[in-house]
Design a protein around this ligand. Sequence first.
Ligand code: GRF
Length: 200
Amino acid sequence: MKTAVLISGTGSNLQALIQRWQAGGSAYDLKLVVSNKKGVPGLLRAQEANLPTAVIEHLAYPDRDHFDQAMDACLEKHQIELIALAGFMRLLTPWFVKKWSGRMINIHPSLLPAFQGLHTHKKALEYGVRYSGCSVIFVDDGVDSGAIIDQAVVEVLPDDDEARLAKRILAQEHIIFPQALDDVARGKVRLTQGRALRTG
Ligand code: GRF
């Protein structure tokens, strides 16, 4: 399935998607990387993998709607069928989310529905949870509220700070995100009546 990855920064999850794709046999076929920020490390990773890139800067558009229209036009131009949000730090408009419903997934660094939004590791440490982790979801029009495709659990250790916890969770993101994208591309997981239904 022709797949685009949307990023805003480092792109370590993009790298994990690239590695699995380059190894061969994945059902997702990377065709495009879009960043809403220029000069971010993720763009370099894409270029090193010879992937087409597009920079669509949200600041160049009068509002979210116009920005999403520009992204959608770019995705259509590349005949994209599936979208992976990999550290993409923009909220999307309801029409865009609806259009790509069931075909757009996101990786979030907490065990949803706990700690939606930003600063997840800080929130997890402040709350005092013993376990945190990461979740892959189908994107819906809420903030990190979509149907859960997969999750990985990470133990919170007594001497953890945000950086240490983030590092161990990120390592799990790099495992479950490529797997979930492959499962969706293969049709093994489908968004059905608001739930991620597994058939394979
Ligand atoms: C990850 O922690 C991801 O869960 C969150 O943003 C971060 C992106 O990291 N959505 P990277 O750019 O993939 O390294």
